[in-house]
Design a protein around this ligand. Structure first.
Ligand code: NAD
Length: 435
């Protein structure tokens, strides 16, 4: 099939590569011309495991354009995968989705299926259909389908190739048959429903995962008060298939471009309908507070961070990505700089993105270190924000190179047994502090 994908971000570009891999001819459109140029040059503009290889392998079936007219030619399926970032009031900004839908209308001259893959509030696809009816310039039939995406950054390619399910909200048999044909080679369970339910499946799923994270984080905080070990608690819980062992890792909370905005958007949708979704609201509040647990723990060792050399390991919101959106580092590092700390930051790929976010007027200073060793050397405190494999491979001996080896681990990267009886202080989340 000829598929055109609008937006070459994490979702659009991965979808494009996977659809090309299963035999479709794919055109990618993006308003960011620099990105399109890099893609044309054979570069992959985002850090995502397996993506450069998949793009290279399928380059004969992929084209990259910034022109809608050319991009919509011959497309049987057009997929909108642009961002839906959070607005100040917590609602989703739909201007990119609506803008893309209008551009399609102005440039399309044949029947097509218009898929909305972006995460959008319930009812948005109906609004897209209204926009389509109002803005089509030719006598053609365009059917709107909701087809939310469930991939996670860091494992996006395998998530899409071996997804748990594909969800599609269609309003006709014609659209249902097209969706079946599009995804048939992936051999994944296909949940066919109406558009509003499909939109809700996405929010209900993401928010459920966010709830699970906030729940285990609260249990962790309580474990600290009561002398229990949250890792053992999670292991014991996870054997029960009704609970499952995934998303039970305690830490400093979720970040990224999805959970924070999707919890707030559902909460906002509920309020708009005179309903308060208390569980999701609680997950949001717990997550907001959780990222500052590390600073509270650090205060046990330093009254003020002025002049303190602090190794910060990890800036990205999770390992395997260069994405900083809603990363705890964006809240923790400014608070430390405000207090006058001297940060020695390390991240294997999010460093450049972070540089652009630093407020140079703060009292403290930040230095980006090319290696973990450089970051740790002469540090008075180490904060672990992202569980990169390189961080998990460190040993107590590596931390002993610090001037004062106090490690506060926001991601529980190490076994307590390995850190006990060493000449270091090791504090983590939901477990006793050793040393
Ligand atoms: P992104 O910000 O990485 O990429 C969006 C891209 O769309 C950018 O390259 C931007 O230049 C382009 N764009 C914006 N307006 C455009 C327009 N009018 N025409 C053409 N291109 C345009 O976004 P993302 O992380 O890929 O997320 C896209 C959507 O998918 C969001 O709704 C998000 O919630 C959802 N989603 C994201 C993930 C994830 O892990 N990132 C997972 C599932 C769902």
């Amino acid at each position: 099939m000829n598929v055109t994908i609008i937006g070459t971000g994490y979702v659009g570009l991965v979808s494009a590569a996977v659809l090309a891999e299963i035999g479709h001819d794919v055109v990618c459109i993006d308003v960011n011309e620099e990105k399109i140029q890099r893609l044309r040059n054979g570069e992959c503009p985002i850090f995502e495991k397996g993506l450069p290889e998949l793009l290279e392998k399928n380059k004969h079936r992929m084209r990259f354009l910034s022109d809608y007219q050319q991009g919509c030619q011959d497309a049987a399926i057009i997929m909108i995968a642009v961002g839906t970032p959070e607005k100040k009031d917590g609602s989703a900004n739909l201007s990119y989705v609506f803008g893309a839908a209008k551009e399609v209308c102005y440039n399309l001259d044949h029947d097509a299926i218009l898929i909305v893959k972006s995460t959008v509030p319930i009812g948005t696809n109906d609004e897209v259909e209204r926009i389509v009816q109002e803005n089509l310039t030719k006598e053609i039939h365009v059917e709107v389908v909701s087809n939310p995406e469930f991939l996670s950054q860091g494992t996006a390619v395998s998530d899409m190739m071996q997804g748990y399910r594909i969800v599609a909200g269609c309003e006709s048999d014609y659209a249902r048959e097209k969706i079946k044909a599009l995804y048939e080679p992936l051999k994944q369970p296909l949940v066919l429903t109406d558009r509003r339910s499909a939109e809700m499946i996405k929010y209900a799923s993401n928010d459920f995962l966010a709830l699970k994270i906030s729940y285990i984080n609260e249990i962790a905080n309580l474990c600290e008060c009561l002398g229990a070990n949250v890792e053992d608690v999670a292991t014991g819980m996870g054997f029960d298939p009704r609970i499952g062992d995934k998303f039970l890792r305690a830490g400093i909370g979720y970040g990224g471009s999805c959970f924070p905005k999707d919890t707030k958007a559902l909460h906002w949708m509920a309020i708009q309908n005179d309903y308060e979704i208390k569980t999701v609201k609680a997950a949001i509040t717990v997550n907001e507070n959780q990222k500052f647990r590390l600073l509270q723990k650090a205060k046990n060792y330093y009254d003020s961070f002025e002049g303190i050399e602090i190794a910060v390991l990890g800036l990205a919101f999770k390992p395997g990505t260069d994405d900083l959106r809603e990363a705890p580092s964006l809240a923790i590092i400014p608070a430390l700089l405000e207090d006058g700390a001297k940060i020695r930051a390390w991240d294997p790929c999010a460093e450049d993105a972070f540089r652009g976010q630093v407020d140079n007027s703060a009292k403290g200073e930040i230095r980006f270190c090319g290696s973990l060793r450089e970051s740790l050397r002469e540090a008075d405190l180490c904060l672990i924000l992202t569980e990169w494999d390189q961080v998990k491979a460190l040993t107590p001996a590596d931390f002993k190179e610090m001037r004062r080896p106090i490690i506060i681990d926001g991601r529980n990267c190490f076994c307590l047994e390995d850190m006990e009886n060493e000449a270091i202080v090791y504090a983590s989340i939901g477990r006793k502090t050793v040393g």
